[in-house]
Design a protein around this ligand. Structure first.
Ligand SMILES: [Mg+2]
Length: 281
């Protein structure tokens, strides 16, 4: 099958890959605070321990090194903690086994497992995941705005570099969010979960003829850093709760140092150290 990637032609010497959720678009906090956590409280009837459970959910999924993990891995962590600290979670072992062993963690894979085991926790996890999708669909466009400074950063960097969105979200959601905010004008290609992992997308872009020393990945989670490292390209972090600062620094300092070939030697290590410290509690 022919893809967008087959037709893609490099137009500039440099390439900047940018993650979407929680990096360019301010959607991570709202999805976890309004959708993922509250849907879990409701599905398992955890109202009486709501406050510490939600705080822990947000720490795992937003504010620490595990930021951005798969939803079912996040659920596994939360349910194991709840089972230990607050109340017994019926059928938990079956869910944990699935989360540790399944080759793919998705609603479809959970549905297949449900037919095999019929465990309460598997059924509830599936119901929860569907409720989360529904509640994310209900969020208004105002809840999905870019971080301050993203537009200016894109306008500037696109003068020097081709820009690729590299995201593990679904294509339609990403294209909608970026186009509603008029950000797509500065983007050369949109690579989302239908193409493959972030590391795979970066690898395919490098094959279009960019020198690895002239490729930069911008992301907000450790998984983004790892995708960059796997391809031997540079990484610039957008730090949670410091997104405006991160984007302004990118526009005012990092673009220049990147196109002069100095970023990797002069600032990258420090930026990554700050990023990791920001995700350590
Ligand atoms: Mg992200």
């Amino acid at each position: 099958m022919k893809t967008l990637l087959d037709d893609y032609k490099k137009t500039k010497e440099f390439l900047v890959c940018i993650d979407s959720d929680g990096c360019a678009i301010d959607t991570m906090d709202i999805k976890h605070i309004k959708c993922f956590g509250p849907c879990m409280i409701k599905e398992w009837g955890l109202e009486q321990w709501q406050e510490p459970i939600l705080e822990s959910w947000n720490d795992v999924n937003l504010y620490t090194m595990t930021r951005g993990i798969n939803r079912f891995k996040g659920l596994q962590t939360a349910l194991v903690e709840i089972d230990e600290k607050y109340t017994k979670i019926e059928g938990l072992d079956a869910f944990v086994k699935w989360a540790n062993e399944a080759s793919e963690l998705s609603n479809e894979s959970l549905e297949t497992e449900l037919k095999k085991t019929d465990a309460v926790c598997i059924r509830k996890a599936l119901e929860w995941s569907k409720a989360v999708n529904h509640s994310i669909d209900e969020l208004s466009d105002d809840d999905k705005k870019p971080f301050k400074g993203v537009k200016e950063a894109l306008a500037k960097v696109s003068q020097y570099a081709d820009v690729a969105i590299v995201s593990s979200a679904n294509r339609k959601a990403v294209e909608d969010e970026w186009s509603k905010s008029s950000l797509l004008d500065h983007v050369n290609i949109v690579l989302t979960q239908d193409i493959g992992s972030k590391a795979y997308c970066i690898e395919k872009m490098i094959e279009k003829g960019y020198d690895k020393g002239k490729v930069l990945m911008i992301g907000d989670a450790i998984g983004d850093l790892k995708a960059a490292q796997k391809n031997n390209v540079s990484f610039y972090p957008i730090m949670v709760k410091k997104e405006t600062f991160s984007w302004e620094r990118f526009t005012n300092e990092i673009i220049q140092s990147f196109v002069e070939g100095k970023y990797a030697n002069e600032c990258e290590t420090q930026c990554i150290e700050e990023f990791e410290a920001n995700l350590t509690k």
